[in-house]
Ligand binder design. Sequence first.
Ligand SMILES: Nc1ncnc2c1ncn2[C@@H]1O[C@H](COP(=O)(O)OP(=O)(O)O)[C@@H](O)[C@H]1O
Ligand SMILES: Nc1ccn([C@@H]2O[C@H](COP(=O)(O)O)[C@@H](O)[C@H]2O)c(=O)n1
Ligand SMILES: [Mg+2]
Length: 485
Amino acid sequence: MTMGDEKSIEVVMEAASGPHFSGLHIDGLLPSPSASPRAATAASAPAAFSYFAQSDSEFSSRQPFVIGVSGGTASGKTTVCDMIIQQLHDHRVVLINQDSFYRGLTREESERVHEYNFDHPDAFDTEQLLDCIQKLKAGQSYQVPIYDFKTHSRCSDIFRQVNASDVIILEGILVFHDPRVRSLMNMKIFVDADADVRLARRIRRDTVERGRDIDSILGMYAKFVKPAFDDFILPSKKYADVIIPRGGENHVAIDLIVQHIQTKLGQHNLCKIYSNVYIIQSTFQIRGMHTLIRDKDISKHDFVFYSDRLIRLVVEHGLGHLPFTEKQVVTPTGSIYTGVDFCKKLCGVSIVRSGESMENALRACCKGIKIGKILIHRDGDNGKQLIYEKLPKDICERHVLLLDPVLATGNSANQAIELLIQKGVPESYIIFLNLVSAPEGIHCVSKRFPSLKIVTSEIDMALNEEFRVIPGMGEFGDRYFGTDD
Ligand SMILES: Nc1ncnc2c1ncn2[C@@H]1O[C@H](COP(=O)(O)OP(=O)(O)O)[C@@H](O)[C@H]1O
Ligand SMILES: Nc1ccn([C@@H]2O[C@H](COP(=O)(O)O)[C@@H](O)[C@H]2O)c(=O)n1
Ligand SMILES: [Mg+2]
């Protein structure tokens, strides 16, 4: 078979696989038969925008973000990883290939290499792979072995020095097989391609890059590669959070993944600097709602609807930072359930006017909560500010949820916080809730009030020369209350 023939076969196969898949698996309209419910499907109707289940609920913003990329041989794992890394060009990202951890062969194994199963989990030194990822996660560098597919051996004296990074991508056919390796991952991606497409690609790649002939490739494929795919790789697909059909061709999926990682990285640095800044866990669901409310052409009704949904999430997250006491109750089965009791001494304070958009969500979560108001008004051009306030008399005894959907420069937030502290509220009793925060605002508030907590749903890029948040979402209060016409 000539290269030209292979290409035409491959093109036909790729084309044939097209209609069966329609992009990143997201919304369950086209469920993948072999995927678990966790790995949902992004079909062509983005209006039904539900999201893939996250595996990074345990993700701490202070640790590297670890992404596992698995899939059958020649599915496009390496290609997808290269594209992700290219698009993340200004971030610290490292790629670790499971291939680097292939065990070296003994003399006997080398002599009978055609009988050796490179697709079985035992072919890898998984202990060493674990050690590598654990060290990188702990911020240490690692000497990764270099594997030569032509000689089936590790280079004995050369290593690849990999330094600690913000994102670690671990790629390989069996990276989802061992639960210990899986547990180190914050996100798992499965690259999907039809078996015949993969075989065609493998023939081409292994003849060109790995020094093989077609007979040996086909023999190895039938004896080891295909059975191992069925026994080990396909069953591990259920652990994936995201399934990418068509691999590197699937630009939509790769863009979404890159955006997701960028969000994580943005959060990462500020959370490293200020331990009291909390960003609610980013999911494609949350990004989808942000995409809607940031769109200048969204209808007012939709803007309010999706803002309310996001606000509710921020409020719930903020409430999770309140102190609690242990409480036991008797259940209808007569058993004791040991739980917690909510903090009762609470108060909401909205920074007028846009903060008032967050009051309903707070009332919905905390029955009968008192809500005070602070208005900060610029008095002419001389930099003076007038502050009006209406706060409960006993505010000094309450934990305060300070409400403002957008944190820009942090100047008015600081004035409001200063006022609360003057009224006797301890700084550590204040939780400041935002939908969108600018890094400048976070620096300004967190530096001055290090014990106060900030809970936000996204941190944006920066402020522009007019001190507006970029990309931002415009005048939130005007858009929410319909006074932007
Ligand atoms: N979407 C694609 N279309 C055509 N060829 C591809 C595509 N993705 C990958 N390839 C080629 O197929 C071969 C296998 O891809 P690779 O990314 O190395 O797969 P894996 O790492 O999963 O084994 C490579 O030669 C690559 O250039
Ligand atoms: N000496 C070796 C070691 C492994 N293989 C094959 O590589 C495949 C995994 O790499 P991918 O990039 O294709 O994921 C695996 O299927 C092994 O059969 C090899 O050919 N020689
Ligand atoms: Mg590869």
